[in-house]
Structure formats: structure tokens, C-alpha cells
Design a binder for this molecule. Structure first.
Ligand code: HAM
Length: 411
């Protein structure tokens, strides 16, 4: 019986895995150069961790299940809530700020399409313990540097959820959440219908004006006219900082993010080409969550890059290590293995035969794996103290004394 993989999941073959690891390496190196250190949390958590802020509605969007002990659990749909739970449980007395990064799989019960999967990977960071604009500046800069280094053509849009929250401050948390959801999904028809049905049309014009503001620092002046009492100092500092650091960005007050925990500056990064509808490759911002998990109120900020989407469009190639096949005539297998071991110890990628095939077939296998050289351990030559080294590109073959194979390969 043929068994297909579950909907929305993927298999990764070696070429693709090597390329993904290469991309991951770049991300790790840059995050580490800013002082971030890797953490890891469980693949599943108590369901409550994800519903506590967003409500039961979120259960529809995640893999939630009961275990044999009748506990409600969920596969993590993202890492921010788990990292904050870990912080409250394990790290709350550590000196702040804390800088963590993760590269982990996440699970969402989505309708799969190009760039949207049910299992996908996020590379993310959380900077915990600072409420300064400098923290936002750092994480935005870090996301920007990673994507630049990977050669991606992207657009960075920065907003502030405080603006809409200020505008809607007299409405219930539930209504604010609904309105933000419509804006996040750019579903303006449903937004209008919701406002109409709930007798909230007085808000319509101001909401529309705010979320259509997009541009450089000048949009702050326009937004001030809508919200004269709002303190724009913070977002202004972030914008000024980014300009000084020569980071290319737009302010866009329609950026409100789909997750409910954000409190301040939020940002989204879109790929300019190659992804179609699912072109958001990074999302983040500052948020407060720890108080919900039994900790104090700890301001934090972070982002997650959609690793699969970045891998799809990024041109990084995997570096193929040079491969060598040590082939042999019958009876010479263990001698071949000893030579292979010596070469492997020096860091080369070495294949030996495990199929008990003849020499000819072993050499054709060397072509299959794109080996640069084949070392041929043939009984007659071996007795004379030599092996043959065949250059698989030129076909040239020469005798090399057994004792100087390492030197021959410059090792
Ligand atoms: P998010 O925007 O929900 O934010 O996810 C971050 C990124 O993950 C998205 O921008 C997208 O590239 C990728 N992504 C999301 N869903 C899928 C999917 N179904 N298939 C493939 N890629 C997907 C967060 O998760 C926040 N925790 C980010 C954050 C960290 N905020 C503060 N700290």
C-alpha cells in the first residue's frame, strides 16, 4: 500500500536539505554576531499557552489534540509564546536583556498552497527585557541584515499597533481584536459590514485614513492630525534610527499583525518577487506576554522569518565538499576501507562499495555521485605497494604509493 505524506507537509531530499542548511548557517551566523544564542522548546505545549491571549477561536487554526491522559495539547503554531513561557519558568532571574534565537518547525492548520504549509520552519529571535526603541531598532536591523545577506529583494514595512488601539480605546478588547483581524487580512468589506452592524461607523473614516498612510517619516505628521493625543516619539525614534543606519523602509499603519500579543512597533517584510500571494517572509514587533504566564510585565520584541519562503527565493547554493570513491577488486574491501578511513579522518567525503559490485560498476557509481577522484585498490598493484588514483574529470590515471595517498591529496 502506497502511503502519501499528510497534506501541507513536505519531504526534503539531500540537495534541498544541503541548500537549506547553507541558508540556515547564514542566519545563525548573523544572529550570533548580534549576541543572540540558540534555544529550543518542546514541539508540543499545553493548548492554553496559545489560547490564553487569542481566545478559543485560535483552536481552529492549530493542531490541537488530547493526549492519553486527557490533557489538551497543541503542536506549536509559533515560538514567541513558548519562548516567553520558558523565560518565565527558567530564566526570569537571568540578567537582562536576554537575546535568544531559534530555528524550529511550526504547525498550523492552514489551507496549503504555494508558500503556505501545515508544517513550516521559522528562524526567529526574541529580545527580552527592554522597552526601549533601541530594542526594536536592533531586531529590525537584524532581520534586515539577514535578508540582505541572503540576496533577497524585499520591502520592509513598519507600523505601530498603538495607533489603532488608541483610536479604538473605548471599544471592548473583543471588538478591537475583530477590527484588527479584518485589517490584518485586508478584508475591508467585512470590516465595513462589522462596523455597520455594530453601530460603529463613526470610526470608519479615521480607520480608513490611518491604515492608508504609507511612506517615510512624513506620514507621522499626517497621523498626528488623526490622533493628536498619541505619543509619536517612540515610532519617530525608530524611524530616525533606521534612517541613520541606512535601512530602507516604509511606515505603514495598516500593519497590525495577525497575532494578538503585539503592543507597540510592528513590522512585516515582503518579498518583491518569486512568491506570489504568500510573499510575507518575516513578521515581528514588540509585545507583552509574560504577565499571562505568571511572570511580571516584561517588555519584549522579536521577529520570525518564514524559512521555507526565503529558501524558495534565495539563490544561495550549497557548497559541495569534494567527493572521493575508494573502489577495489574482490578481496581488497578491507584494505579499501582502511584507506577510506584515513581520508575521512582528514575531512574528505569518501564512499566505499557496500553492494559487493565489480570494479567497473564501482567506477560508474563514482560518476553517479560526481566523485572528483576514484582511488582504485587493485590486488596486483596493492601487493606492489601502490594504488591507482583516477581523475574522474580528465579520466587520467596514475599510480600513487599507498603510503603517500594523503600527501597526494594535499592532506
Ligand atoms: P507570523 O507572521 O505569524 O509571526 O509568522 C512569521 C513568518 O512565518 C511569516 O511572515 C511567514 O513568512 C511564515 N509563515 C507563517 N505561516 C506560514 C505557513 N503556513 N507556511 C509557511 N510559512 C509561514 C509569528 O509567528 C511571530 N511569532 C513572530 C514574532 C516573533 N513576533 C515577535 N517575535
Amino acid at each position: 500500500m502506497r502511503i502519501e505524506r499528510p497534506k501541507g507537509t513536505r519531504d526534503f531530499l539531500p540537495d534541498e536539505m544541503e541548500r537549506r542548511r547553507e541558508i540556515e548557517k547564514v542566519m545563525r551566523q548573523i544572529a550570533e554576531s548580534y549576541g543572540y544564542r540558540e534555544i529550543s522548546t518542546p514541539t508540543f505545549e499545553h493548548l492554553e499557552l496559545f489560547t490564553i491571549k487569542s481566545g478559543e477561536g485560535i483552536v481552529e487554526e492549530i493542531y490541537a489534540f488530547k493526549d492519553k491522559g486527557d490533557r489538551d495539547l497543541a503542536l506549536r503554531p509559533e515560538l514567541t509564546a513558548p519562548v516567553m513561557r520558558m523565560f518565565v519558568n527558567e530564566c526570569s532571574v537571568m540578567p537582562r536583556p536576554l537575546r535568544f534565537y531559534y530555528f524550529s518547525n511550526c504547525f498550523r492548520y492552514e489551507n496549503p498552497q504555494k508558500g503556505r504549509y501545515r508544517e513550516f520552519w521559522q528562524f526567529g529571535v526574541e529580545l527580552i527585557g527592554s522597552g526601549s526603541y533601541l530594542a526594536d531598532l536592533e531586531v529590525i536591523l537584524l532581520a534586515y541584515r539577514i535578508l540582505k545577506e541572503l540576496g533577497i529583494n524585499f520591502e520592509l514595512n513598519i507600523g505601530h499597533v498603538g495607533l489603532l488601539r488608541e483610536l479604538l480605546k473605548d471599544l471592548s478588547e473583543e471588538r478591537v481584536r475583530k477590527i484588527m483581524r479584518f485589517i490584518d487580512k485586508k478584508d475591508f468589506e467585512s470590516l465595513e459590514r462589522f462596523l455597520e452592524e455594530n453601530d460603529l461607523m463613526d470610526y470608519y473614516d479615521d480607520i480608513k485614513t490611518l491604515i492608508s498612510m504609507k511612506g517615510r517619516k512624513e506620514v507621522i505628521e499626517n497621523a498626528r492630525e488623526v490622533l493628536p493625543d498619541f505619543d509619536f516619539g517612540y515610532i519617530e525614534s525608530v524611524a530616525m534610527g533606521l534612517e541613520r543606519l541606512e535601512v530602507d523602509f516604509n511606515l505603514d499603519f495598516s500593519i497590525v499583525r495577525g497575532l494578538d500579543y503585539y503592543t507597540g512597533v510592528v513590522f512585516e517584510i515582503y518579498a518583491v518577487e518569486g512568491l506570489g500571494a504568500q510573499n510575507q517572509i518575516c513578521g515581528g514587533g514588540s509585545y507583552r506576554l509574560t504577565h499571562l504566564f505568571g511572570g511580571g510585565d516584561v517588555p519584549s520584541t522579536g521577529f520570525a522569518i518564514g524559512f521555507d519562503r526565503v529558501a524558495e527565493i534565495c539563490s544561495v547554493k550549497s557548497e559541495k565538499a569534494e567527493r572521493i570513491v575508494v573502489a577495489c577488486t574482490p578481496g581488497m574491501e578491507l584494505n579499501a576501507l582502511r584507506i577510506a578511513e584515513n581520508l575521512r579522518e582528514k575531512g574528505l567525503v569518501v564512499y566505499t562499495d557496500v553492494m559487493e559490485r565489480g570494479l567497473k560498476k564501482q567506477l560508474s557509481f563514482a560518476n553517479t555521485v560526481n566523485a572528483r577522484f576514484a582511488v582504485i585498490v587493485a590486488e596486483r598493484e596493492y601487493e606492489k605497494g601502490v594504488v591507482l588514483v583516477k581523475d574522474m574529470e580528465s579520466g587520467e590515471q596514475r599510480e600513487v604509493p599507498k603510503s603517500s595517498i594523503l600527501e597526494y591529496f594535499g592532506l
